[in-house]
Design a protein around this ligand. Sequence first.
Ligand code: SF4
Length: 100
Amino acid sequence: MTELSRLPGPVMDLWEWQYQGACRDIDDTLFFHPEGERGAARRRRAEAAKAICQSCPVMMECREQSLAVREPYGVWGGLSEDERSAILANSARSTTRKVG
Ligand code: SF4
């Protein structure tokens, strides 16, 4: 589940980048897997979504926000759910090593 407490406040400057997203006028079913989608079909859909992200002028902003709020589903900032999970897990391990 998305952690809303991690979202930045309602300051327009923090959100305006979303108006520039390359996916704005694209069917969002390309970015979110339908129930039961698996294997090659899921990989192809995600790769098509990620290709759009690669041409997006706000990819880094989108990626940073999706990681900050731990978006659980979909392609955001050119990253799939699994890729974001791996980044967050690595980040958590690094933090644990520094503390421990
Ligand atoms: S990076 Fe991808 S998901 Fe994010 S706004 Fe751009 S096209 Fe949309």
